[in-house]
Design a protein around this ligand. Sequence first.
Ligand SMILES: NC(=O)c1ccc[n+]([C@@H]2O[C@H](COP(=O)([O-])OP(=O)(O)OC[C@H]3O[C@@H](n4cnc5c(N)ncnc54)[C@H](OP(=O)(O)O)[C@@H]3O)[C@@H](O)[C@H]2O)c1
Length: 261
Amino acid sequence: MDLELKGKVALVTGGSRGLGLKMAEALAAEGMTVSICARDGARVQEAEVTIASAARAGGGAPPLGFALDVTAPAEAEKWVAAIVRDHRRIDVLVNNAGAARPGALAELPETAWQEQFELNLFAPVRLARLVAPHMEKNGGGSIINIGSIYGRESGGPLTYNASKAALHSFTKMLARELAPKKIRVNTIAPGSILVAGGNWERRFKENPAFEKDFISHEMPAGRLGSASEVAYAVTMLASPRASWITGACIPVDGAQGHSIL
Ligand SMILES: NC(=O)c1ccc[n+]([C@@H]2O[C@H](COP(=O)([O-])OP(=O)(O)OC[C@H]3O[C@@H](n4cnc5c(N)ncnc54)[C@H](OP(=O)(O)O)[C@@H]3O)[C@@H](O)[C@H]2O)c1
């Protein structure tokens, strides 16, 4: 099936590694021009090489990497302005960059809450505000926010759960606001995803007994998800073929989550 993404432009925050890198590869493989951002410039360059090979296979343009902090308003503005200047359009925004900071209420300074909300909520809000006028000018677009099952239901660290729940709520209301402009806004809520060098791999290596216990209690399919499995869902939502899917929160979790919503 032609997903009608060829020649279009996507921005993926946190596209240098983990889930974001697989999303960028998947969109490039559909022939999109993909721009990624992350703070570590060396990792951004490495990712560009990986995404470029997916782009070649899909007939897409070379990727555009930017080393920047998505929580810095001026840097986010410069990124969007540079893409619009050089490519004249933005069709897809994936707000993927995010992090979880562990800690109980008494251990967390106020700044920890602020940092988590800056990254997990305010940066996606800001980027949505920056790209929406350009999407509208081109007749529509797709904004995909990466939430978590721990935002649809209880689980995960305090600041993470609260900031992801706020992101899910923002997504739903923004979808209603932007529907007349043909801009779709959705959340993907991954469950536990195994990524090379990622958090889960590290925790399992440190404690193999925890791995066995976690998988037998939490993962009905007997394994964690993969980054590619999340990337396929992102590609589907990016496509104009998903024209009637907006305001949705789609779990990609192998039935790990317990929410019936
Ligand atoms: N992995 C899972 O099991 C899982 C489950 C549910 C939801 N999620 C969500 O999925 C998303 C990706 O998770 P992941 O596991 O792939 O994370 P990851 O491996 O830690 O990668 C995070 C990416 O975001 C970038 N990033 C972090 N802070 C940034 C900032 N301030 N400005 C720009 N880029 C920034 C990182 O690069 P730099 O550090 O170089 O900036 C990196 O490219 C997150 O929103 C996470 O909450 C993940």
